[in-house]
Design a protein around this ligand. Structure first.
Ligand code: HEC
Length: 162
């Protein structure tokens, strides 16, 4: 399933032996905003609570969504998208953690054009901004960590139930 339009900027063009080669991969704008992701499959959820050492930078409800319909795992097909949504969590007077606004969305999309980052394009969207993007260096930071999970095609999360 594909959505959005990928914008390729500054495509490197080389004239070799009469053929025009365009080198994709270095100049992608990252994964597009995952429109409609809340209608997708929920892979799993977790609450990074106030006692967590990563509460300040990663706290809140974290939901993982995917447009991948099968539960058979890696390797994933081109166009597969995973979303790591971080939603504000606030404890009310009854000890119930309530949802607040979306803080950010981490997105990875399987796309062979993002060869520099393992065949996945990464991106980060903050708040309600659907146009924010990561620089190529930013995407590489995501990749550096996700590259440790080659056995599962760079995806950490497992479906919590088949
Ligand atoms: C320090 C390591 C690390 C870095 C850096 C990192 N991630 Fe992740 N990411 C993880 C781990 C671990 C999980 C699984 C989370 C869990 O299960 O609690 C994950 C989960 C995800 C998922 C859900 C799919 C999956 O692999 O489980 C997406 C999407 C995602 N990250 C995107 C990003 C993006 C975008 C960036 C860069 C802005 C990024 N990540 C940077 C470690 C990292």
């Amino acid at each position: 399933m594909m959505f959005g339009t990928k914008i390729v900027t500054g495509c490197a063009v080389a004239l070799l032996g009469g053929s025009l080669l365009c080198a994709y991969g270095e100049s992608m704008d990252g994964a597009p905003f995952p429109k409609g992701y809340r209608d997708w499959t929920v892979v799993k959820g977790r609450l990074i609570g106030p006692k967590s050492p990563s509460a300040a930078t990663g706290g809140g409800f974290r939901y993982i969504y995917t447009n991948h319909s099968k539960h058979d795992g890696a390797p994933y097909a081109e166009g597969t998208v995973f979303v790591d949504e971080r939603v504000e969590a606030t404890e009310d007077a009854n000890g119930v953690f309530q949802e607040g606004p979306t803080i950010q969305l981490g997105v990875m999309m399987k796309d062979k054009q993002c060869a520099d980052t393992g065949g996945w394009c990464f991106n980060l969207f903050v708040g309600d901004d659907t146009s924010a993007g990561l620089s190529a260096d930013g995407q590489k930071t995501c990749f550096t960590c996700h590259a440790k999970t080659t056995a599962t095609d760079l995806v950490y999360s497992k479906f919590r139930r088949p």
